[in-house]
Design a protein around this ligand. Structure first.
Ligand code: NAD
Ligand code: TYD
Length: 355
């Protein structure tokens, strides 16, 4: 049994689906279903005995303690977070609560649980904390990619809250020898991403003929990784990573935002040459920049490649096409997410006591 937190969100639900398909251990999935949590992502696991969903908050000390004691997980993977930079500018308090206080609570309860395990179980136990490339702050165009030892320089309330959590995780290893692992990953894309993030937002807007907002000059650079590749890397780090270490996860490809948006438009032009919105790039609109907008993120993946044998994948265009096709094929999912209807899922599909 492993405990996954935030497993109804974008990356978490992809991870849960991949884990159930590939691994033998069952999952307890703790998620408090914020606007970003969507149980419809896990519809294929309804009645699957390998998946137990618990609606609850990682800040809830008693709940976390009880879950650990009841399910006796051999690992915890912490995806739960407030994850959107723009929201952190408007509502930073939620980010402090979940990302810092929540991670602290989970970490501390996990440590108490681990301390009481017999030595052979202690040795095998792992606490994997999912962080982000954003903790290293913004790089200039010519600067070398960040390594796991680069200086932290978070610039948004989101990245600052993630950085704070990372320090707590680090301290539990240094002080208590608690077997933690931290992962830094670049921007993910793929199925089930909430359409507030650049790629799903642009796909959905373009399909509807709505404007495609590009912050500033569109020259900000991000490294994009297909969510499936990220989840594979997390599973590898869980089994082979050295406790106390952190690992970068990234792909070889980096693009400006404008390049990404134009690539999506190109794919849509090929798929829908007769669309009234053709050419889709005509929908691009430059808008006011995000305050404190980081210019460039880039991660050096030498460590995960040499130590764990991980191979980054150079398949941005084909995976972007796959992602566009997924959103086209899943118009019901989009409709429910954009109307807010997905939030009724719990009411209609789960017994009253766990809603
Ligand atoms: P998301 O916002 O899609 O999902 C977050 C999930 O956490 C949701 O299901 C939400 O309901 C749940 N959650 C939020 N607060 C909670 C709480 N207090 N208790 C329990 N559950 C809670 O986020 P995502 O994009 O899937 O990101 C997952 C993790 O990966 C985050 O830690 C994020 O910082 C990190 N990350 C994301 C990216 C990216 O590109 N999306 C890149 C690098 C790292
Ligand atoms: P986002 O998907 O929010 O991820 P992050 O801020 O964590 O990198 O944004 C990716 C990039 O796209 C970022 O540079 C901000 C930019 N962006 C836009 O230009 N327009 C938009 O509407 C959004 C949501 C993002």
């Amino acid at each position: 049994m492993i405990l996954v937190t935030g497993g109804a969100g974008f990356i978490g639900s992809n991870f849960v689906l991949q884990w159930i398909a590939e691994e033998s251990d069952a999952i307890v999935n703790l998620d408090n279903l914020t606007y970003a949590g969507n149980l419809e992502n896990l519809i294929s696991l309804t009645n699957n005995p390998k998946h137990t969903f618990i609606k609850g908050d990682i800040k809830d000390q008693k709940l976390v303690k009880d879950l650990l004691n009841k399910y006796q997980p051999k690992a915890i993977i912490n995806f739960a977070a407030e994850s959107h930079v723009d929201r952190s500018i408007d509502y930073p308090a939620e980010f402090v609560q979940t990302n810092i206080v929540g991670t602290f609570n989970l970490l501390n309860e996990a440590y108490q649980y681990w301390k009481a395990l017999p030595p052979e179980k202690q040795n095998k136990f792992r606490f994997v904390h999912i962080s982000t490339d954003e903790v290293f702050g913004s790089l200039d165009a010519a600067e070398a990619a960040s390594t796991e030892l680069s200086k932290y320089a978070p610039n948004s309330p989101y990245s600052a809250s993630k950085a704070s959590a990372d320090f707590l995780v680090r301290s539990y290893h240094k002080t208590f020898n608690f077997p933690t692992l931290t992962t830094y990953c670049t921007n993910n894309y793929g199925p089930y991403q909430f359409p507030e993030k650049l790629i799903p937002l642009v796909i959905i807007n373009a399909l509807k003929g709505k404007k495609l907002p590009i912050y500033g000059d569109g020259g900000n650079i991000r490294n994009w990784i297909y969510v499936e590749d990220h989840c594979n890397a997390v599973r590898l780090i869980l089994t082979k990573g050295r406790p106390g270490e952190s690992y970068n996860i990234a792909n070889p490809y980096s693009n400006t935002n404008l390049e990404v948006v134009k690539e999506i438009c190109k794919i849509l032009d090929e798929l829908f040459p007769k669309s009234p919105h053709f050419p889709h790039a005509s929908l691009i609109q430059f808008v006011k920049d995000r305050p404190g907008h980081d210019r460039r993120y880039a991660l050096d993946t030498t460590k995960i490649q040499t130590e764990l044998g991980w191979k980054p994948k150079a398949e941005f265009e084909s995976n972007l096409r796959k992602t566009v096709l997924w959103y086209i094929d899943n118009s019901e999912w989009i409709k429910k997410v954009t109307t807010g209807e997905y939030r009724n899922w719990m009411k209609t599909h789960y017994p009253k006591e766990i809603r």
